[in-house]
Design a protein around this ligand. Structure first.
Ligand code: ADP
Length: 286
């Protein structure tokens, strides 16, 4: 149930008088509602046990994606707050009315345009989260070292320290990491969504793709495309749209497995179970 501490905060600080709240399902981490108010409809999510800066970081990510030169829609952030005295952290944003179908070709095309936003280094000025796990964005000059040191090793160590995986797998990763310069295609550091699986976009009522729940940083554009294939893949139109702007480098399909070791390890740390055996099998091949 929507905590009263949030509704009174919104009334006192933003003049938003909540008239009704309707549960929204689908989120894996937070509680969420659609609220109807004197100022219109909003989407609100909160969490009493998340790290203090969980939603302010999500808001920064949404705002960064929104500022990029792409026609992808990103919900506008209205209020993002750390926890207050007996009030949970929360994020209030524009409510997106979902449509029945969407234009996947344009989604792919606009994602490729988003990826044209570049930075001098890989990483981001601040760390953030992927799901509920911390994501380190310490800057690196080259992609293979960023991918190994800020993506794979922290997740692998977390899995080892929590007893889910065996320490010997670090040596397997080291073997693969030493070959990453040859295996991974070079790129400029590009703004990416960072957690682009099927649950992290919607189509609005005009059929336009809307990005939600980002884990942004400047990384390799192929990371977003690999994530999109994590659970079966997006529609063929999406990849055609992407390639109408930016052609994929040869060998992309061979690299997907390496990239997707990251979301796989995130799943090991969040959910364990069969993801653990899948990740171990993959690492044992190196
Ligand atoms: P969580 O952070 O808990 O995973 P999400 O941000 O993924 O939660 O949101 C849960 C569900 O709420 C999504 O699957 C989507 O259907 C819906 N949703 C998310 N953001 C909005 C929004 N701005 N407007 C309308 N619905 C949204």
């Amino acid at each position: 149930m929507l905590p009263k501490s949030i509704t009174s905060y919104l009334a006192d600080h933003s003049g938003i008088e909540v008239q009704s709240a309707q549960n929204v399902s689908g989120g894996s981490i937070n509680q969420a509602v659609k609220i109807t108010s004197n100022m219109g409809d909003f989407f609100l999510k909160w969490n009493s046990s998340a790290p203090d800066d969980f939603f302010t970081k999500e808001a920064e990510g949404l705002t960064l994606l929104n500022s990029a030169k792409s026609d992808l829609r990103v919900p506008e952030v209205i209020v993002a707050e750390k926890p207050g005295e007996s009030r949970p952290a929360f994020l209030l944003m524009e409510y997106i009315v979902e449509g029945r179908s969407g234009n996947s070709f344009t989604f792919g095309k606009e994602l490729a345009k988003l990826h044209q936003t570049t930075a001098p280094q890989f990483g981001l000025e601040t760390d953030n989260y992927i799901g509920s796990l911390p994501q380190s964005n310490r800057m690196h000059d080259d992609w293979p070292s960023f991918f190994s040191e800020e993506r794979i090793i922290p997740q692998l160590k977390l899995a080892i320290d929590s007893g889910k995986m065996d320490r010997s797998l670090l040596a397997n990763w080291d073997r693969l990491a030493s070959k990453l310069d040859e295996l991974l295609a070079p790129t400029k550091p590009s703004l990416i969504h960072g957690d682009l699986w099927g649950g992290n976009y919607l189509f609005d009522s005009s059929g336009k793709a809307v990005l939600i729940d980002p884990a942004v940083y400047y990384g390799h554009p192929e990371m977003d495309l690999a994530f999109s294939k994590m659970f079966g893949g997006f529609s063929g139109d999406f990849y055609e749209g992407y390639e109408s702007v930016t052609a994929l480098e040869p060998g992309f399909s061979d690299r997907v497995q390496i990239y997707n070791l990251y979301p796989l390890l995130v799943h090991v740390n969040l959910f364990g179970g069969h993801y653990t055996s899948q990740a171990m099998q993959l690492l044992n091949r190196f």
